[in-house]
Design a protein around this ligand. Structure first.
Ligand code: ZN
Ligand code: ZN
Length: 173
């Protein structure tokens, strides 16, 4: 006899389930045997939900890391704008931006902070209140790479419009 009170009804159901665990498990097992198609469908839905949650979790983590990265860059920007500081470049996509060590002491700095770079490095900087502002500069991967290779960014030394010819004649690739 079902109770009118929802809470009472629920309690009665729980009590029934507690007392009939084995019977319920057996009848569930038999139901699954009779309905393999439905079981497969339920499992599929469950897997899809799990995957969706995983994607959402990963997106949340990416957003959080990007927010931290942005904050860190804004502390190392002379005017607060988060973009590549090479005069010939306007890259402002966070994914391409890095911290450039002006005096080429990135290795020593990572050793000092005891980490290999990436977000761990940025978090260490934050925990120290973003120090060494005069040693660090925001740069995109391209400009940073060019400075590592040639000492100066190609943007700064580029004179010719014919970039390809210029590149192969002036630079020893
Ligand atoms: Zn750049
Ligand atoms: Zn550049």
């Amino acid at each position: 006899m079902p109770y009118k009170d929802i809470e009472k009804n629920r309690e009665a159901k729980r009590k029934y389930q507690r007392q009939h665990r084995i019977q319920i498990a057996l009848s569930n097992k038999e139901w699954r045997k009779r309905n393999p198609e439905k079981v497969r469908k339920y499992q599929q839905t469950a897997r899809q939900k799990l995957k969706m949650n995983k994607e959402r979790r990963e997106q949340d983590i990416r957003n959080k890391i990007n927010a931290e990265k942005y904050e860190m860059f804004s502390h190392y920007s002379p005017d607060g704008s988060v973009r590549c500081m090479c005069p010939g470049c306007s890259e402002n996509n966070l994914a391409f931006l890095q911290l450039h060590h002006i005096y080429n002491d990135g290795g020593a700095h990572r050793k000092l902070l005891r980490c290999n770079g990436g977000i761990a490095f940025y978090r260490k900087l934050r925990s120290q209140g973003y120090p060494h502002k005069e040693n660090l500069q925001i740069m995109c991967g391209n400009c940073n790479g060019a400075i590592q290779h040639y000492g100066k960014c190609i943007h700064e030394t580029e004179k010719s419009n014919d970039k390809y010819t210029y590149a192969i004649t002036e630079w020893d690739w």
